[in-house]
Design a protein. Structure first.
Ligand SMILES: Cc1cc2nc3c(=O)[nH]c(=O)nc-3n(C[C@H](O)[C@H](O)[C@H](O)COP(=O)(O)OP(=O)(O)OC[C@H]3O[C@@H](n4cnc5c(N)ncnc54)[C@H](O)[C@@H]3O)c2cc1C
Length: 408
């Protein structure tokens, strides 16, 4: 990874040296990664009675991984409102040829990362350990368990989740490296300050393909630039945007952002969040989708623990669920590729046109439905499977009745 633009100085709460005792053993479920996707999976497994281990190289919530902006309804659906910092009912879009304010059909909120992770973890009953995951141990166990190498020893489980972010550490190949991989890059600074608006800049002064942003979070601003082209370095222009906004260039936070779906399962391992490419192209919104797919995966794994489906069935059902979203992600990627081709002088009028109330309501409504908040409170995978089966049986009975009528 080219770390020049992506440097981060986390506040380390993680155990070091002698405190890092050896860690090994076998669990029912091993969840690698304790951010949005990993914690969403763990939360769905609470109360299952299974031995669930969650590992991350940092303590839970120690290292912020985003600007932490999300549709408010998702925070409400998961009971996470205590972590909210600020709420917005409009989006202010800046182009070199004029500004437009979009009145949103639903609000967005910024939140405190550490607090939100703590709230998600509060609802889990898993065990947590800090450990750096190095990859799959070879050879794998013969008893159906999958062994994972960490810097504290090998851990095995029949159900293993990779929620480790874009690197997809537990995949068989290692061919997912920037700048050739379908990854965007994002970097932001977090100065102290206040603001009223959720703001976005589509301006080639900051980035030829991508956008700049300023997300206020009560007493802090999250000012950054994201480039859809991984070859474009965003450090200089992130600093330029901060300078233009008279903000301090402090507390850098950045990472690669996948903009294409990858396989949901591979070699018996389940992937959720950025590791499965669940971040939405164009908007680079990946928190809501990491939670959404994490919940879906958690429900399937719960089905295995409750004994009504096998790991293979869970893999099949989760992959089907993931694949059913593919066309929506593909469509957004088309638009992502289209935006940089629009001549700059047309951008202003186009953005104003797209700001029409009916269009905003229609497009944002569809956008929210890619990962709808109702999903968070909908039934378990077993309920869903029962409903599918009932529907299938009803269709079958109807078909048989129709055949009977036709035969008569
Ligand atoms: C600058 C920037 C701003 C963004 N802003 C937003 C935003 O406002 N809203 C939004 O919806 N999305 C935003 N995104 C995208 C969003 O951050 C991701 O899509 C989201 O964090 C994905 O969640 P995740 O749980 O899959 O992975 P991550 O949040 O990346 O978490 C991965 C976890 O795995 C751990 N980990 C990684 N490797 C290892 C290892 N080898 N061993 C052990 N642990 C490991 C990490 O410590 C981390 O806890 C932003 C991205 C960037 C780069």
């Amino acid at each position: 990874m080219q770390v020049d633009t992506l440097c981060v100085v986390p506040i380390r709460a993680t155990k070091r040296g002698d405190e890092r005792t050896p860690l090994d053993g076998t669990y029912d479920v091993l969840i690698c990664g304790a951010s949005f996707a990993g914690l969403a999976v763990a939360r769905e497994l609470a109360g299952s009675g299974a031995e669930v281990l969650v590992v991350d190289r940092y303590e839970i919530g120690e290292r912020q991984t985003s600007a932490c902006g999300i549709p408010t309804v998702w925070m409400e659906a998961l009971g996470l409102m205590e972590a909210e910092r600020q709420r917005f009912d409009s989006l202010l879009m800046h182009t070199p040829h004029g500004d437009s304010r979009f009145r949103l059909p639903f609000t967005f909120s910024t939140f405190d990362y550490r607090e939100l992770c703590a709230l998600l973890w509060r609802d889990c009953d898993a065990r947590f350990e800090t450990a750096k995951v190095d990859g799959r141990a070879r050879p794998a166990n013969g008893d159906g368990a999958i062994a994972i190498d960490t810097d504290r020893g090998a851990i095995a489980a029949p159900l293993v989740v990779d929620a480790l972010g874009w690197r997809r550490v537990l995949a068989g190949d290692d061919g997912f490296q920037p700048p050739d991989a379908p990854l965007s890059r994002g970097l932001e600074v977090h100065p102290t300050g206040t603001g009223e608006d959720l703001e976005v800049w589509i301006d080639r002064r900051y980035v030829p393909a991508g956008y700049g942003w300023s997300f206020p979070a009560r007493d802090e601003l999250r000012i950054g630039v994201g480039s859809f082209d991984p070859r474009f370095h965003v450090r200089e222009t992130t600093e330029l945007l901060a300078e233009d906004l008279d903000a301090e260039r402090v507390r850098y936070q950045g990472n690669w952002i996948p903009h294409k779906l990858r396989h949901a399962t591979e070699g018996g391992v389940f992937f959720a969040g950025d590791s499965a490419g669940h971040c939405l192209p164009l908007s680079a919104e990946g928190i809501r989708t990491a939670l959404y797919f994490g919940i879906a995966l958690g429900r399937e794994l719960r089905g295995v623990l409750d004994g009504w489906q096998s790991r293979e069935q869970a893999a099949l059902r989760y992959a089907e669920f993931h694949d059913s979203h593919e066309w929506k992600f593909r469509w957004m990627l088309h638009v992502q590729r289209l935006v940089p081709r629009i001549p700059p002088r047309l951008l202003g009028p186009l953005v104003r046109m797209l700001g029409a109330k009916r269009f905003v309501e229609w497009s944002f409504g569809h956008y929210l439905q890619i990962a709808p908040p109702e999903f968070a409170s909908s039934g378990s995978a077993h309920d869903q499977q029962r409903a599918d089966q009932e529907q299938h049986d009803a269709d079958h009975t109807l078909g048989a009745e129709r055949d009977l009528v036709e035969a008569e």
